[in-house]
Design a protein around this ligand. Structure first.
Ligand SMILES: C[S@@+](CC[C@H](N)C(=O)[O-])C[C@H]1O[C@@H](n2cnc3c(N)ncnc32)[C@H](O)[C@@H]1O
Length: 249
């Protein structure tokens, strides 16, 4: 018998519907709960997240992860079976795991340079019986120069990984032409936008949109900055491991 009792995640169906025009099926709600429990269990040995209260986990991990793909959930942007998604710097699996959970026909690569985190995520994903996730240990700079990965993704997600122009250098080489990178940000400044505009131009991209919103439980201001690949990224990008962060474009 399982001795551990875990807190229950809120369902908040009306908020899903009002904010994303989408709501989880009972099976998806059940998977959210299982994911929460597995993360709490693994968190006892490894720091996967500091957000362990049910409401904050719901808002900052589940809702925020899915807010980034709101245009896909609402059908405004089409996703196709077999589309490849990559979560760069996934950490404890966010935003990539909730995205994989709601887009079962897409293949979601969860990339992180910390082996321990990817080992934990691999076990969590096996226990959830996910078939559409690929946990991967590596650096975004190396993957972007790998012929099997370069220009092969439709969607790249980056939350709390690096400043915007560094995130762009990680994401754009991996995207197909027409593919989108979603940068999950807190506050957004005109200075950041200026730097990002210059960086994406050098990398073959444009800023497609900057979407400002507040989170539904704590009213925190957040932004999703969407960058689009419009032409091939020059061969020299991404630069060697560590260089994008040390000398941002
Ligand atoms: C602050 S955590 C964010 C985790 C998660 N995205 C979230 O929002 O909860 C940043 C993660 O990015 C990873 N990371 C940083 N730079 C990276 C790079 N160049 N390539 C791959 N992973 C990277 C780190 O190992 C760390 O796990």
């Amino acid at each position: 018998m399982n001795q551990t009792s875990f807190p229950k995640l809120p369902e908040l169906t009306a908020i899903w519907q009002d904010t994303l025009n989408w709501q989880p099926t009972p099976e998806q709600q059940d998977l959210f709960q299982q994911l929460f429990e597995l993360i709490l269990e693994f968190n006892q040995q490894l720091n996967l997240t500091r957000l362990t209260e049910p409401e904050e986990f719901w808002e900052k991990h589940l809702w925020d992860s899915l807010r980034g793909i709101a245009p896909i959930l609402s059908g405004k942007i089409a996703s196709h079976p077999g589309d490849k998604v990559i979560d760069i710097g996934t950490g404890g699996g966010f935003p990539g795991i909730p995205v994989a959970l709601v887009l079962p026909d897409c293949s979601v690569t969860l990339l992180d340079s910390t082996r321990k985190k990817i080992t934990a995520l691999t076990t969590i994903l096996e226990q959830l019986n996910f078939k559409n996730t690929i946990p991967w240990v590596g650096r975004a700079e190396a993957l972007g120069q790998h012929h099997k990965h370069r220009e092969s993704y439709q969607l790249a997600l980056l939350r709390a990984v690096a400043p915007p122009s560094v995130s762009a250098e990680y994401a754009l080489p991996l995207l197909k032409i027409g593919g989108l990178g979603i940068l999950y940000r807190g506050h957004w400044t005109t200075e950041e936008e200026k730097q990002l505009t210059s960086a994406v131009k050098q990398l073959g991209g444009i800023i497609e949109s900057v979407d400002e919103f507040t989170t539904p439980l704590t009213n925190s201001v957040r932004h999703c900055v969407s960058i689009k690949k419009v032409k091939p990224t020059p061969k020299q990008y991404p630069r060697n491991v560590g260089v994008p962060g040390q000398k941002p474009l």
